[in-house]
Design a binder for this molecule. Structure first.
Ligand code: NAG
Ligand code: NAG
Ligand code: NAG
Ligand code: NAG
Length: 514
């Protein structure tokens, strides 16, 4: 194993993910992250308005999807430069980069149009939704209507990869009937076509003229839907119309309109695309109305992290101690962010605190920690002692362990690990496990670690124990060894999610570049 691979592995384990954490559990979306940009001036009303928006969106979404989906719980990520509060917790995996919704100032002042960053194909998830503070605060209601409804429109872009049914570049088209029609869905939406101009405080409304070249209305002509109407579709056209409660479906979809939905989705309706999604296939409609969403308030703060290093006798085999120290060194020098608090614990059959939490401000703190790496491997193995000592180290600075992190490097030759599984789960700490050696066996780890462990082991080219000296591939092929791993369907949230697919993809990309 080359040092390069060790570093990549450490890097990927310890960096916060930038993919969405949203999960659909039964009918409810869980762990949605709405992040407030650090550039947004502190304003408690923003938090209240986000809650209102998601709560009304949840009901609207539920009805619009024929009682299938609602928002179950949401984290609101508060910037570090906002004042702290006892009700704020530390984020675990949530970060600004992976947030599903960002609340940030507009790129150009006054341009408060909400949008979804969507450069993906039909039916694919998009990147994130962008709202401006003024929009969330309800100052743009006249332009965009109620924020809850609008959120559902954007959510459909983000989650199910559907597109707008209006088109500002092509607001009209010539229908089969040879009539000029407004680009819309459904055609049941009534309204009038007018040129509306305001100058010096007075506004005029004129009929639209037809351009003889294009045979369509002149450039400034717009379609104004009637305020009062009965048409229910569609949300991807104009959810702000009171009567609009549904997506266009196969029956009422307007295939003639030059909408992005038609262009990108091969003339299929938004509801057909949604019905084809994994989310839809994995759910059945609910009988009872859903509960309102639950909100967690998380404030970004410096990472609190304790290295827990195995110095038991088996670590002297196959150069493991040295490789562990390399990984720890790489982490300290390359990965740890300035401002983080880092401590260090060693363990064999008992644990010892080698460094209390110190705040990394420069190389001198890093070097101090490097001097504390273990030099001798001797004795039994008690991972739980190591973790208990790390909890004590963390609690000296931060009575709440929740959201802090433990980087555990071990060969896993310990059959007593199960005894602290519950304590770890309940603590809410994030455990990053770096397994060394062929005996870092799944059977010895409690199930909450298995998922990460499996991710490490199945990509055998990237595991730390690949090609240990003195071994042959025949007696230690990873695939064979881990045939019987039972993977829990959903790991507890206290564990860093290692999405094996993304992880693998990331690694191979980086490796290829080299
Ligand atoms: C959301 O609900 C799930 C399941 O009850 C839970 O595991 C998770 O911690 C909750 N997340 C938030 C942010 O409340
Ligand atoms: C009619 O449309 C064409 C093509 O867009 C444009 O070049 C022309 O200026 C338009 N004519 C009028 C009178 O607006
Ligand atoms: C690290 O942070 C400290 C304050 O926490 C600051 O004084 C120092 O300049 C920072 N160093 C770097 C390299 O950014
Ligand atoms: C693996 O097998 C080889 C020969 O088949 C043997 O020499 C070696 O000791 C084995 N390694 C372990 C760790 O069992």
């Amino acid at each position: 194993l080359t040092p390069g691979l060790v570093s990549l592995l450490v890097l990927f384990l310890l960096q916060r993910s930038n993919t969405s954490l949203v999960r659909l559990n039964d009918n409810g979306y869980e762990d949605l992250v709405i992040a407030i940009d650090p550039g947004v001036p502190e304003d408690g009303k923003l938090i209240e308005q986000i809650k209102d928006m998601v709560t009304t969106a949840s009901t609207y979404l539920f009805e619009a999807t024929q009682k299938r989906f609602f928002f179950k719980n949401v984290s609101i990520l508060i910037p570090e430069n906002w004042e702290g509060s006892p009700e704020y917790k530390r984020p675990k995996h949530e970060s600004y980069e992976q947030a599903d919704v960002r609340v940030a100032a507009p790129a150009l002042p006054g341009r408060d149009e909400p949008y979804t960053r969507q450069f993906t194909e039909c039916g694919e998830k998009a990147e994130y939704i962008h709202f401006t503070p003024d929009f969330v605060l309800g100052k743009k209601q006249n332009e965009y209507g109620p924020s809850g409804r609008l959120f559902v429109h954007e959510w459909a872009h983000l989650r199910w990869g559907v597109f707008d049914e209006y088109n500002e570049q092509k607001p009209f088209y010539s229908g089969k009937s040879k009539k000029i029609e407004a680009t819309r869905c459904s055609t049941g939406i009534t309204g009038k076509n007018r040129v509306y101009k305001c100058q010096g405080g007075s506004c005029t409304e004129n009929f639209c003229k037809i351009n003889s070249t294009t045979k369509l209305y002149e450039k400034d002509c717009q379609f104004f839907p009637n305020k009062v109407q009965t048409e229910k579709a569609s949300i991807m056209f104009m959810q702000s119309i009171d009567s609009v409660l549904e997506f266009c479906n196969a029956e009422n979809h307007n295939q003639e309109a030059p909408s992005l939905q038609n262009i990108k989705c091969n003339f299929r309706s938004t509801w057909e695309v949604i019905s084809n999604s994994e989310d839809f296939k994995n759910t059945t409609p609910m009988a009872a109305p859903p509960p309102p969403p639950v909100f967690s308030l998380l404030r970004i703060s410096e990472r609190i992290l304790c290295l827990v290093l195995d110095k038991s006798g088996s670590m002297s085999l196959y150069n493991r101690l040295n490789r562990m120290n390399q990984a720890a060194k790489y982490f300290l020098l390359q990965t740890v962010e300035n401002g983080s608090w880092v401590g260090m614990v060693h363990f064999d059959s008992a644990a010892s605190v080698k460094s209390e939490l110190i705040q990394i401000k420069s190389d001198s703190e890093k070097n101090k920690l490097l001097e504390s790496l273990p030099t001798v491997a001797l004795g039994g193995t008690s991972i739980c002692s190591g973790i208990a000592a790390a909890f004590q180290v963390i609690q000296k600075l931060n009575p709440q362990i929740d959201g802090s992190e433990i980087v555990l490097l071990t060969d896993g030759e310990d059959s007593t690990t199960g005894s602290c599984a519950d304590a770890v789960k309940q603590s809410g700490a994030v455990i990053h496990l770096i397994a060394l050696g062929p005996n870092a066996d799944s059977a010895l780890f409690p199930s909450y670690m298995v998922l990460i462990y499996k991710a490490l082991m199945t990509h055998k080219h990237y595991t730390l124990d690949h090609h240990e000296e003195g071994e042959t591939e025949d007696n230690h092929t990873h695939t064979q060894k881990h045939k019987h791993i039972h993977t829990p369907n959903s790991p507890p949230l206290s564990i860093a999610p290692v999405n094996t697919k993304d992880w693998h993809g990331c690694l191979s990309k980086k490796l290829k570049k080299k």
